[in-house]
Design a protein around this ligand. Structure first.
Ligand code: ARG
Length: 495
C-alpha cells in the first residue's frame, strides 16, 4: 500500500514546481495515495503545498492527547457499530474495523505503537494505523464524524473515568482523617481565629473540618460529572451529520444517559472542563489550607505534630533541618491549578462558535490540573496517615491564652447578666489576669467576686478545658459526644 508518508517524501520541496504537481496528480489519478496527497495529510486534498515543518511542530498535539487513546478507540468502536446499525457499513466491514481498532489498542497498550511525523493528534494517528492494518476500509471509519465531535467525546469519556477515580482518592483521604481524629479523639487543642488562640476545640474536630470540605469537593465533582456525561458524537464538524446514525444507540453503547442537543454547542462547549477545573481549584485550596497548618504545626514554634521523616526532606547545608516540603509543594502547586482554571476561562473568552483550534489548548491545562490534584491528595493522605500528634504540647498549649474567658462571660449570662455586660466584666478580668501573668482558673472566688457579685463557686466547674469543650454540644459543636457521633456517621458514610 502506498501511504501518504511516502508520497510526501517523494515531494520534499515545500513549494511545488508545476512539473512535480503534475506528477502528483498522475499519482492520484492512478490511485496512489488517495487519502494523503501533497500535504501528506489525510485532510490534504485541497492543499498545493506540504505543511511547513514549523507549522507541523506548532500544531501537533499528539504528545499531550495520546493519553486519550483508550477513549478514542472506545468511541471509534461505538461509532463504527453505529455506522453498522445504520447500514452505512456492512456487518463484515464493521467487524473488520472493530477488530482493527482493537489491534491498534493492543499496540498502544504494549507501547509498540509507532507514531510518525505526520501524526498530528491521537485521532489521526489511530486512523492512520488502522488503515495500515486493514487497508482502505479504515478510511470508512470517519464517515459522519469530525475530530471536533470526536475530541469532545474523548475528553468526556476521559473525565468520566478520572473524576470517579479522584472521588475515590478523596474518600480514602477522608477515611484517613476520620481515623486520625478517632485515634486522638480525647485530645484538645487551641482553636484559632486570626491565628490567635480563641477557644479550646478537639483535635478531632479540627481534622473533621477538612472531612466536611472534602465532602463538598466530592459533591462538586459528582455534580460536574452530570454535565460531563452527555454524548456529543453525531454533531459532525459543527452542523450535525448527513448520515442516519442513531445517536442514542451510540450513547447507549458508551453508557451515556443522554446526547447533546445542539451540534454547534457540542463541538465548542468546554463548560464541563471549566467546572472541573473550578472544582479542582477549590479542592487544591482546601489541601493548601491543611498544608499550611501542617507547616505551622510542625514548626519549632508550635510543635503540635511530628511529620513522618519519610515525608520530609533535609537541607543540603544545615544538618539539623527537617523540612515540610510536601505540604509546601502542595501549597505552591495550588497556584498552578488556579492558573489552569484561568487559562481555560481565558481560552474560551469571546471565542466565536463553533470549534476553533484554540480549543486544543484545553487538554494540557485540564490534564495538569487533574494530575496535580490527584498527586497532592495521594501524598497528603499517606502523610496524614503517619502523622503523630504531640499530646503533651497540645495539653500545655490549650491551658494558655485565656481561652476560657468566653466561658466566664457565658456563665454570667446564666446568672442573669446581659451578654454585653458579661463580656465587659470578663474583659476586665482578662486584663488583670494578663497583667499578673495568670490564668483565669487560678483566681479565688473572692478575687473573682471583685469583678462581679453574681459570680458563685459554680463557675469553677466551667473553668476546665473539658467542660468548655463539652458544653458546645449542639449539632456542629466540638463537644466530645458530638464529635464522636460525627465520627460514627462519617465512618458509616465512608465505609
Ligand atoms: N487536536 C484537536 C483538538 O484537540 C482535535 C480537533 C481538531 N479539529 C480540527 N478541525 N483541526 O482540539
Amino acid at each position: 500500500r502506498c501511504r501518504g508518508v511516502h508520497s510526501v517524501e517523494r515531494v520534499a520541496a515545500e513549494d511545488q514546481s508545476p512539473k512535480k504537481e503534475g506528477l502528483l496528480l498522475m499519482a492520484r489519478v492512478t490511485g496512489h495515495s488517495a487519502a494523503a496527497p501533497e500535504s501528506g495529510k489525510a485532510w490534504g486534498g485541497r492543499f498545493r503545498q506540504k505543511t511547513n515543518r514549523l507549522v507541523e511542530s506548532f500544531t501537533v498535539s499528539v504528545a499531550v492527547d495520546r493519553r486519550l487513546y483508550v477513549y478514542d478507540i472506545q468511541g471509534s468502536i461505538a461509532h463504527c457499530k453505529t455506522l453498522g446499525k445504520a447500514r452505512i457499513l456492512t456487518p463484515s466491514e464493521t467487524r473488520a474495523i472493530v477488530k482493527g481498532l482493537e489491534s491498534v489498542k493492543t499496540e498502544l497498550d504494549r507501547g509498540r505503537f509507532r507514531f510518525t511525523q505526520q501524526d498530528e493528534d491521537i485521532h489521526m494517528a489511530i486512523e492512520r494505523r488502522l488503515t495500515e492494518l486493514i487497508g482502505s476500509l479504515g478510511g470508512k471509519l470517519h464517515t459522519g464524524r469530525s475530530r471536533n465531535d470526536q475530541v469532545a467525546l474523548d475528553i468526556r469519556l476521559f473525565l468520566r473515568d478520572h473524576l470517579s477515580q479522584l472521588v475515590a482518592h478523596l474518600e480514602k483521604f477522608q477515611r484517613v482523617l476520620v481515623a486520625k481524629g478517632k485515634a486522638n479523639r480525647t485530645i484538645a487543642m487551641p482553636g484559632y481565629t486570626h491565628l490567635q488562640r480563641a477557644q479550646p476545640v478537639l483535635f478531632a474536630h479540627h481534622l473533621l473540618a477538612y472531612v466536611e470540605m472534602i465532602e463538598r469537593d466530592k459533591g462538586r465533582f459528582r455534580d460536574a460529572s452530570v454535565r460531563v456525561n452527555v454524548m456529543p458524537l453525531g454533531s459532525g464538524a459543527l452542523a450535525g451529520t448527513n448520515y442516519p446514525v442513531d445517536r442514542r444507540f451510540t450513547a447507549g453503547l458508551l453508557g451515556f444517559p443522554s446526547v447533546t442537543q445542539n451540534s454547534l454547542d457540542a463541538v465548542s462547549d468546554r463548560d464541563f472542563m471549566i467546572e472541573v477545573a473550578s472544582a479542582l481549584s477549590i479542592t487544591m485550596m482546601h489541601l493548601s489550607r491543611l498544608s499550611e497548618e501542617l507547616i505551622l504545626w510542625s514548626s519549632q514554634e508550635f510543635q503540635f505534630v511530628e511529620l513522618p521523616d519519610a515525608f520530609c526532606t533535609g537541607s543540603s547545608m544545615m544538618p539539623q533541618k527537617k523540612n515540610p516540603d510536601v505540604p509546601e509543594l502542595i501549597r505552591g502547586k495550588t497556584g498552578r491549578v488556579y492558573g489552569h482554571l484561568v487559562n481555560l476561562l481565558t481560552t474560551l473568552k469571546a471565542l466565536p462558535l463553533s470549534y476553533n483550534r484554540d480549543l486544543q489548548e484545553d487538554k494540557p491545562a485540564l490534564f495538569d490540573a487533574l494530575d496535580t490534584v490527584t498527586a497532592s491528595v495521594k501524598v497528603l493522605t499517606e502523610l496524614m496517615r503517619r502523622l503523630t500528634v504531640n499530646r503533651d504540647v497540645l495539653k500545655q498549649a490549650v491551658q494558655g491564652g485565656g481561652m476560657l474567658a468566653t466561658e466566664v462571660a457565658d456563665y454570667l449570662v446564666t446568672r442573669g447578666v446581659p451578654f454585653r455586660e458579661a463580656h465587659a466584666i470578663t474583659g476586665r478580668l482578662v486584663r488583670v489576669a494578663l497583667d499578673q501573668g495568670r490564668e483565669i482558673a487560678s483566681f479565688s472566688l473572692n478575687e473573682l467576686r471583685t469583678f462581679s457579685e453574681r459570680i458563685e463557686k459554680g463557675l469553677f466547674a466551667r473553668l476546665t478545658i473539658t467542660a468548655a469543650i463539652d458544653r458546645k454540644s449542639q449539632i456542629g459543636g466540638t463537644a466530645r459526644t458530638r464529635v464522636e457521633q460525627r465520627i460514627q456517621e462519617l465512618e458509616r458514610m465512608l465505609s
